[in-house]
Design a protein around this ligand. Sequence first.
Ligand code: ADP
Ligand code: MG
Length: 444
Amino acid sequence: MGNHDPLADLPSPDADGEGEQLWIDVIRRMDVVYSDLVASQVALEEQNQRLQQARDFMHSVLGAMNDVLIVCDADGAVLRVNAALTAALGREEGALLGGPLLDLFDPADHADIRACLAEGRAIEDKGWQLLAADGQRAAVSVNGAPRRDGRGRFAGMVLAGRPVGELLRAYRELDKAHQRLRQTQQQLLTSEKMAALGRLVAGVAHELNNPISFVFGNMYALKRYGAAITGYLAAVDAGTPRAELAALRDSLRIDKVLADIGPLVDGTLEGAERVRDIVQDLRRFSSNQREEPEAFNLVRLVHTAADWVIKTQRTKPEVRLDLPPQLEMVGRKGQLHQILVNLVQNAVDAVDGRDGALIRIKAGEQDNWIVLSVADNGPGVPPENQDKIFEPFFTTKPIGTGTGLGLYVSYNMAEKLGGSLSYANADGGGAVFTLKVPADDRGV
Ligand SMILES: Nc1ncnc2c1ncn2[C@@H]1O[C@H](COP(=O)(O)OP(=O)(O)O)[C@@H](O)[C@H]1O
Ligand SMILES: [Mg+2]
């Protein structure tokens, strides 16, 4: 084979005698030429196939891109687009090819696009809007590079645009979900507050009822006594004879009245003071966010907190208090009260309906720290839940009963008070929550 001319050294047709041999030669050489042709045809087809594969590959790559791709020439005519672009515009590829690049974008961006084409330089993060067939706009962030021809002259641009709309939409979805979550959280917080308020109101009603009822009783007695004394004085003023007066004094039981007045007034005052104290506690509870540290006796606080929770329970567990007679501290009383109420409420829930239900509350001072523990003989917290109980919204109680915020709120309050709240299993089953706070919170 080779590239010499296969007919060049053929004998001339007029050479006599060797005519037959000559044509045999001709036919042989034609055979050679033919097989040469077949071989190059096969090679060509192989090349074509490889080319087709390369094209298919390019096509699939371009088609798989999420970013839109536009190739244009130096005059801004569209040469090539990918599937993401046709999908974004809602137009066929055929309708775009050969058309002006500007037609694909919002008129507001045209001046900028023209300038970029004229400069023929790389562009970065241009915020342009694709203009879809239905007039909708889709924001894309466009990056591009100039194309050069074989001689290095500017031949157009390759532009790739990342749909900002997608990002924005995803962001908005996320934002909406976040808003919904916050709303739910807010509602739950409110419902936890309402539940706390409900417990508080029930406790307060109970607490107030006692002193008020004996204030009432005393006042009625004083009213009766007043009437007796007024009657006796009227008789004295009217000059009633001594003997008669003595009988009247007896029947009106004036001596007993006079002896009773002092204690009655004292009792009434005590009741009124009790009412005043409760109101003060309530104020503290409602305004505990801006609460200032104050000096108080923790023992009394433990009593009230425990009483308020227990009094609202239908079946009352036994409560054993292991407290010193006095435990003076300086701290934020309202917040400590709230933590205590939460812990005692949980303990009460844990032992609810159990035989021999027992709650033990212990408090003491160690090295300038107040250590207070609330223990119960309920089921305790199973190991798999122990690192979750302080998370917001973790609850194992039925809907409407638990919000899962009690421990979360308490934990955060304890930390803010410069202390800590921790869980441990109680000896012999059950739960122990231990609260540690500085005995003097003035420095915090
Ligand atoms: N004393 C306890 N004994 C057993 N489990 C408890 C105790 N205190 C709290 N827990 C567990 O911790 C969870 C979270 O408590 P909390 O934050 O107060 O929310 P809630 O009481 O609304 O469920 C409870 O649902 C319960 O599973
Ligand atoms: Mg709770």
